[in-house]
Design a protein around this ligand. Structure first.
Ligand code: C2E
Ligand code: MG
Ligand code: MG
Ligand code: MG
Length: 281
């Protein structure tokens, strides 16, 4: 705890830190306005099942259209929102928007798809998160088994009793759980064995040089067999080429997500995508 606070404290004010604090404050203000003014929106990135070659789900990814700066990457503003605590309000907006979008799509007859929503550690530390999720499902009419929550390995650091309870409660409801960016954190295999989750998402950093980097190839093979031995599904993210896809398919990876199949899409473009999704072979 002290260590964690030590990393982002603003106690010693050297000029560079003043600059950083200014940036943080202006971003905080802009983010507050962004929520109020509706500058945030979601894109949906399709995921494909490799056994059938067909669409299996989508991941909701937040976007920010800043009035002056234009598109700001979540890689830039999500860490700020986590630091300021705004991720709690933003995350609630994401959850509600994603669930109501999927509920609407299902009404139009869209077949069995799950919608995956990213959760930050900070949201997971909110004691009422389970209640929020239940009420969003109820409000939107989305069946729990069509919602997937993406968490990172960091969830097991800190109060992992609370984390276990939350994950178990979600699983009992029928919500799917996946571990995002798998392989980049420091989760112990002992925790992994006990964690109530359904899926491992291999981090895209391992996929990039799959054909040339023997170390990455070995890690991918190991994650797939580890996942399968623990009865988990395995999805690879950041798949950009047919060669990467072939490598993953031969090694038994269950699903892929990445530019090769589709970029993240606006809701209306996803509607079009669904009518004629590419078939992977
Ligand atoms: P992530 O959850 O691991 O999402 C995957 C990222 O990889 C997305 O970046 C996606 O656009 C990108 N991507 C997908 N396919 C490819 C590919 O083939 N090649 C490459 N190079 N990249 C690909 P994005 O949308 O910029 O999001 C970055 C991160 O921001 C996410 O990583 C996630 O950690 C966070 N994030 C995004 N939306 C949310 C949200 O609603 N809530 C929270 N808490 N975090 C979010
Ligand atoms: Mg994700
Ligand atoms: Mg991901
Ligand atoms: Mg990831």
């Amino acid at each position: 705890r002290a260590k964690e606070e030590g990393r982002n404290n603003f106690q010693f004010f050297v000029p560079e830190m003043n600059f950083r604090v200014d940036l943080l404050f202006s971003m905080e203000k802009d983010l507050r306005l962004a929520l109020e003014r509706g500058e945030l929106f979601l894109q949906y990135q399709p995921q494909a099942d490799l056994a059938s070659g067909t669409l299996s789900g989508v991941e909701a990814l937040i976007r920010w259209d800043h009035p002056v700066k234009g598109q700001v990457s979540p890689a830039e503003f999500i860490p700020v929102a986590e630091e300021t605590g705004q991720i709690v309000a933003i995350g609630e907006w994401v959850l509600r928007t994603a669930c109501s979008q999927m509920a609407e799509w299902r009404k139009t007859g869209m077949h069995d798809l799950t919608i995956a929503v990213n959760l930050s550690i900070r949201q997971l530390r909110q004691p009422d998160l389970a209640e929020l999720i239940k009420s969003v499902l109820l409000e939107t009419g989305l069946d729990a088994r069509h919602l997937e929550l993406e968490i990172t390995e960091g969830i097991m650091m800190g109060d992992n009793q609370a984390a276990f309870r939350f994950l178990s409660e979600m699983q009992d409801l029928g919500v799917q759980l996946s571990i995002d960016d798998f392989g980049t954190g420091f989760s112990s295999l002992n925790y992994l064995k006990q964690m109530p989750v359904n899926k491992l998402k291999i981090d895209q950093s391992f996929i990039r040089d799959i054909e040339t980097d023997e170390g990455d190839a070995a890690i991918i093979r190991s994650i797939i067999s580890l996942g399968h031995r623990l009865n988990l599904r395995v999805i690879a993210e950041g798949v950009e080429t047919q060669e990467q896809l072939d490598f993953l398919r031969i090694r038994g990876c269950d699903e892929i997500q990445g530019y090769f199949y589709s970029r993240p899409l606006l809701a209306e473009d996803f509607m079009r995508f669904v009518k004629a999704p590419p078939r992977l072979n």
